[in-house]
Structures are given as C-alpha cells and as structure tokens.
Design a protein around this ligand. Structure first.
Ligand code: ADP
Ligand code: MG
Length: 729
C-alpha cells in the first residue's frame, strides 16, 4: 500500500497560507533598497567618482583604475551598511542559471585581526576557476583561464547578505564564455545601426536603446508532492502521469481567482522583487491549472535580462518559504499548456521615441514603417537562426507540439498593418502625401487600440507578433536565458539596419531625395520579406506545408535546428556586427549539443529507474493480487459461472502483462540506444542519436505506464497523480 503518497497528499491538503512579512513602508520607499543605484552612488561616492561613473555608463566607456578603486570603496561601505558580509562576481555561464563564488570582505590587518576590504582590482576583474563551466573546448584549445569583469551598466545588488556584482565572463583570449558578453555586443551594434537610421527622421538622436519586457510563466507544486516525484526533482518535468479527468478544458483557471497560498507567495515574491529593483507589475493565473505568470515593466534589455535571471533564482527561494516548488520547465505536464516567456521587444531613441510605435505625422509614420519593415526583413533572413536561439531540449516539448508556437518562425502583423504595407508596396506616390491622411494609411495614435484588439484574438498561435508598439517574441522558453533570443534578434536587426542605411546612402549619393530613397528601399523590403508574414493559424497543418513552400525553415529536430548558428548567413552576420566570431559560434554549438544530450540522458535514466523499480513492481503486485482472487473465486464457483465471474479479472491480468511486456522491452531498447549513442564522440552526432533513438522509446514507455496508472489499484500507485499535483494548493 502506498501509504506514503496518501500521507503527503494529506500534508499538502492541510497547509495554510504562510504569513508574509509586509514592510510597513510604501512600495516606493523600499523599492530598490538592495540596489546600488544612482541614488546610492550619489550618496556613497565622491562627486568626481560619481560623475566619471555615470559618464562611463552613458557613453559606454571604460573606467580608470583610480575611479574603480573609489567606486569599490563606496560600494563596500554601502554594502556593509546594509548587512552584507560577502561579495561575488555574478555571471551567466552557458548553463540554465547564474554563477557566483562568494568571498568575505575580510583581509588580515597584520596585527592578528582582520579589516573589511574591497579594492577596485577585486571589483573590476576576477578569475573564477572556469574549467568547470561549459566552454565548448575554447579553454582546452587555448589553455586559457577565464576571467569575469564588471558590467558597469548593470547595478550591483545585495542578495542574502552578499554583494552581487554583475559581470561578463570571458576567456583570456577574449572569447565569450557567457550570455552577457555577446548580449552587450549585440545591444551596442543595434544602438549604432538604429541610431544612423533614426537620424534620417531626427538628426538629434544620439542613442537607440533596446527594450525588453519578459513575461515569466511558471507552475507551482506543493513541496511534499514534489518530493515524491523523482522525475520532477531530477528533470524538472513529469516523465509519466495520466491526464487528470479535469484539466484546463473548462477554461476556469486563466485570470481566475488566485488561490490564497499562491497569493501569499506572489505577494512575498513581489516585495522581494521590488527590494531588488525588479519592477514586477502584473500577476495572474495562466491557462493550465497551477500555472501562473509574473511580468515586470519593461526595461533596457541588458538590465531586464539580469532581472529575469535574478527573478528565477529569487522565486525558487521564496517558493520554498511557502512550501511550494517552482517549475520553470517548459513542459512539466503532458496534455496541458507548457510555459513560455514572451519577450516583448522594442527600440527607442534617447529622445523618448519608441520606434515601433505609429505616430500622428507623416514623418513619424514613415519612421515607424522603416523600422517595422527592417525587423520583418531581419526575421525573414534569419528565421532559422531565431528558431535556433530559442531551441533547447526542454523548449522542444513546447514548439511544434500542437501548442503555441509552431517550430516555424513567422510574423503576425494584424490586418491593419498588413493593409498599410500592402498599399505602400503598390503605391507609386513618392511624396506619399496620404500616409498621414487617408483612413487606411493613417496610423494615428487613436487607432492603436484598434490594432491591439485586432491582435488579441488571433496572434496566440504566432511565434513573433507585432503588438501595437513592440514585437512579442513568444517562442522563448520559460527556463531560458532571454539573452539567447535577444542576442540573435538585436544582432540580426542591427545588420539589416546597416544594410538599409548603406542602400539609402547609395541612393542619396546618386541624387535621390530622402523620402524617395527611403520609400524605394522600404518597398523592396516589403516585397522581399513577404514570406515571413503570416496572420493565419500557426497550428494548422496547412501552414506547415505553406511555410515549406515559402522557403521558411521547417526543421523540427532540436540538434539539427542548432546548425543554423553555423550557416554562412549567420556566421557572416555575427562577424559583421562583432557579436560572435566563428570560433565562438562553434564552441557554443558544442555546448548546446552537449547539454541537449545530457538532459535527455538524465531523463532516460530516471525513466528507466522509475519504470523498472517503481512501476513494474507495483503493477506486478496488483496483478498477482488479481491472480489470487481469480484462483479463490474459481475454487468457490465452478463451471460456466466461475468462468463468467473471473472473466474481467483475467482480461485485466492479460492487459497488465501486455503493458509490462512493452515497458520492459522498450526500456531495454532505450538503454541500448543510449549505450550506442554514448560511444559517439562527435557532440552533434551524439545529440542527433539521442533525439532519433533514445526519445522515441521514452515516449512509448510513458504511454504504457500511463495506461497502467488507470488499471492498478489507486492505493498502490506510488507516485502522486496529475490531479493531485495540479489541483491541491
Ligand atoms: P500581455 O500578456 O497582454 O502580452 P503583459 O502586460 O503581460 O501583456 O506584458 C506585456 C509586457 O510588455 C510588459 O512587460 C510590458 O512592460 C512590456 N512592454 C510594453 N511596451 C513595451 C515596449 N515598447 N517595449 C518592450 N516591452 C514593452
Ligand atoms: Mg504576452
């Protein structure tokens, strides 16, 4: 009897909301209390240091050693005043999370005691032992050490009594070993490229900033039930489990009332976010049971991404205080929605203009169209790469699995914008007097809500949607580092804007007028990027066929999707924008294939263990109980009557045998496929072998275990069931 499972259910069921310590201050007074932001800098740094640092951040310049020493001193004082005892360089290696190594502030004082010390040298650069982080062979090739260096554009913060300093992580020969370095490079290149184009419309523009507003989806599971699921503990998802009779079919969870235990967790999390300067704003139930979302106000992309990574670790910690576990996996449960992390993305000038936002004047709208069509062209040219940028072993469960979004990148514009592009392409009027006049062409502010309404009903199936003043890259996975998508997108758009700028300049040099030149290039881009525009149902099979005809990338195998990083078009684009060298791209792909393989390998091992050591023994016990029963019944009732009475049991006994038989055979097949794959030395080939040969038996095993779950005595079943994991809170 599985008394343990019932004990755990009872434990979860009886839990009360945990009381949250609400600060007796208003949000605005404790907001960013744990962040060394400009206000704290002003207070703790000498005026000269403060000015030099702000200037360096705004103009993207390095700081001198003298300034670094002075900043370090002020930062240390602030940190110690606020209870910090340790400091760490906080960086984003090529794994799922963040990395940190803590050092205490103390140094010997030469008199047998200690002083609290922190120098500019320690602030600016450190050498963490990088050999245990994924590096795709870069470090072996160059026998170089890695070092981390302070990213002055992202403020330091205090987490758990530790001063965390956001840093990049690179090899001694300069190759990036992290996500932040190439992200900063991509943001820099899109700033330069977009500024040049934005100056056609406003010569005063000095900088263009990339903005990101992510929407983090996640599941919560009670920790007692979680602990009883080795698959959740070790892989982050359930490798088995029959669908619950009630799932999301009544559509009663989305935006529904938030359960009180969850509400307490959310409140606690928001307070924690606000203390850390993460502008958490929106919270609601998502579509699936026990699925929720948190969205902040959008910020500059590098900062927004630091905040997302920080959020992911903070939410796991806060959840534990509330006896929950957060599941950030893209597909923790089969049969219900998975989790994504929509990346709302836009570009804005230092004059306060969002470049994807239509305006009232002809000039504004021409600028709006210019930037929109350049994004469409970039996404079209690099659709395979953008798909690669969001692909992972975990997100593969979501993409193309009959749930948003399909494994094909396309852009949804909504009918209004589509109409404008259409009219613009066909018009020959180079003065374009009607772009701000005629109704169809007028994209006046008053019509933005109309575009939004138009979008909401249909763009759910689109992986990349225009939503009124921004694009929403929806294919990003919930556990992903958004930097991966943001690097590819910003770099691709930068490269496209550079090409656009060159083409327009060439026309101007030939004596064409600016508007004429812009329009000619815009028309060309509208024509070229047509295949990427799709407003229909992205889930339909028709679309898959149509997308293939249009020449869009339709590859569905994750390890092969990664190949797009090494296509000539990607290598050249990343070289031109200075974001990645070929060596870096090759190394990173090695890491991607390796991680893919390892994730599937772990899942296969866990599944094998659960199948053979948890499920088969229980099914056998139940079967033998039935056999016993049959024998006893037959001794009581003989002849036809006896046969009738035991007929059902006999049938069940046979069915159980059949399922167990397939499970055992498929586990053997899975194990030998794994062994064969492990002998392959080439990372790409190994990952493909895992995808092609290890994953299919895993699916078959799961299918038969789920069938057994419906047959075996509920009291014997060892693992918490979906209805328990998803509906108890
Ligand atoms: P929805 O679920 O309807 O997409 P949400 O309110 O959950 O909307 O999230 C929208 C996200 O988009 C928020 O993070 C918001 O700050 C962000 N956002 C709004 N405008 C922009 C913009 N111009 N650029 C980037 N992000 C934006
Ligand atoms: Mg959204």
């Amino acid at each position: 009897m599985s008394s343990l499972r019932f004990k755990l259910i009872e434990e979860a069921y009886n839990r009360k909301p945990v009381e949250v310590k609400i600060p007796n201050e208003r949000s605005e007074s404790f907001y960013a209390k744990a962040v060394f932001n400009r206000q704290k800098m002003f207070e703790y740094l000498p005026k000269k240091t403060y000015d030099a640092l702000v200037n360096a951040v705004e103009n993207k310049e390095p700081i001198t050693r003298e300034i670094a020493d002075s900043v370090a001193e002020g930062m240390k004082r602030w940190a110690i005043d606020n209870g910090a005892r340790h400091y760490t360089h906080w960086f984003h290696p090529l794994t799922d999370g963040t990395a940190e190594k803590h050092d205490a502030f103390i140094e010997h004082d030469g008199k047998g005691g200690v002083v609290e010390e922190f120098t500019g040298k320690l602030l600016v650069q450190q050498e963490p032992d990088a050999s245990s982080f994924p590096n795709g062979g870069i470090r072996n090739t160059f026998e170089a050490r890695g070092y981390s260096a302070w990213d002055i554009s992202s403020p330091a913060f205090i987490l758990d009594e530790t001063l965390c300093i956001p840093t990049i992580f690179v090899s001694y020969t300069g190759e990036s070993l992290d996500y932040k370095t190439p992200l900063l490079r991509a943001l820099n290149s899109v700033d330069k490229a977009a500024t040049a184009v934005a100056r056609y419309f406003d010569p005063e523009v000095n900088h263009v900033t990339s903005y990101l507003g992510w929407e983090q989806e996640y599941f919560l599971v009670d920790e007692a039930l979680y602990a009883a699921r080795p698959d959740l503990v070790l892989t982050g998802r359930t490798l088995m489990g029959h669908e619950s009779a009630k799932n999301q079919q009544l559509e009663d969870h989305y935006f529904g009332a938030i359960p009180s235990r969850v509400e307490a967790f959310m409140l606690d999390l928001e307070i924690e976010c606000h203390r850390l300067g993460i502008p958490a704003k929106t919270r609601h139930n998502e579509v699936a049971p026990n699925q929720f979302e948190l969205a902040p106000i959008f910020e500059e992309t590098n900062l927004a991404n630091d905040h997302n990574l920080l959020l992911m670790s903070v939410m796991s910690e806060v959840a534990r205080r509330h006896n929950f576990r957060v599941l950030l996996h893209e597909k923790p449960f089969a049969g219900i929605n998975g989790s994504g992390k929509h990346n709302n993305w836009s570009l804005g000038t230092d004059k306060g203009k969002i470049l994807f936002s239509p305006g009232k004047t002809l000039k504004d709208n021409l600028q709006f169209i210019t930037f929109v069509v350049n994004v469409m062209a970039a996404v079209h040219t690099h659709n395979a790469l953008l798909k690669a940028s969001i692909m992972s072993a975990t997100n593969a469960h979501r993409l193309g699995a009959n749930e948003a979004p399909p494994a094909i990148i396309s852009i949804f514009t909504g009918s209004q914008l589509a109409h404008v592009l259409d009219v613009l392409e066909k018009s020959t009027d180079n003065e374009l007097t009607d772009l701000s006049a005629k109704d169809a062409m007028s994209l006046g502010v008053s019509q933005i809500p109309e575009i939004l309404i138009d979008n909401t009903d249909r763009n759910r199936t689109s992986p990349f949607a225009f939503t009124g003043n921004r694009f929403e890259f929806r294919a990003v996975g919930s556990s992903a580092n958004c930097a991966s998508a943001m690097i590819a997108l910003n770099a691709a758009v930068a490269d496209q804007l550079n090409r656009f700028h060159e083409a327009v300049e060439a026309r101007l040099a030939k004596g064409e007028g600016l508007r004429e030149a812009l329009l000619a290039e815009i028309r060309q881009l509208i024509r070229e990027s047509k295949p990427i525009h799709f407003d229909g149902n992205g889930y339909s099979d028709d679309w898959k066929a149509e997308a293939a005809r249009r020449g869009l990338d339709c590859e569905t195998s994750a390890p092969k999707i990664f190949d797009a990083y090494l296509h000539d078009s990607s290598v050249d684009m990343f070289a031109r924008t200075g974001v990645f060298s070929r060596l870096e791209l090759e190394a990173r792909n090695e890491v991607k294939w390796e991680i893919y393989t390892k994730k599937i390998q772990i899942e296969a091992r866990v599944l094998g263990d659960l199948a053979i050591n948890h499920i088969i023994p229980v099914a056998t016990r139940y079967q033998s109980f039935l056999v016993d029963n049959v024998v006893k019944l037959k001794s009581l009732f003989t002849g036809v009557k006896g046969a009738t009475i035991v007929a059902h049991d006999l049938e069940t006994i046979e069915k159980i045998s059949a399922h167990m038989d397939v499970i055992k055979t498929e586990v053997d097949r899975m194990v030998s496929a794994r062994k064969a794959a492990n002998r392959i030395t080439e990372e790409r080939e190994k990952a493909i072998a895992y995808h092609d040969n290890v994953v299919p038996p895993m699916e078959t095993i799961r299918y038969h275990i789920d069938k057994l779950e419906l047959m075996v005595d509920n009291e014997m079943w060892p693992l918490p069931k979906y209805r328990e994991l998803l509906f108890i809170h």
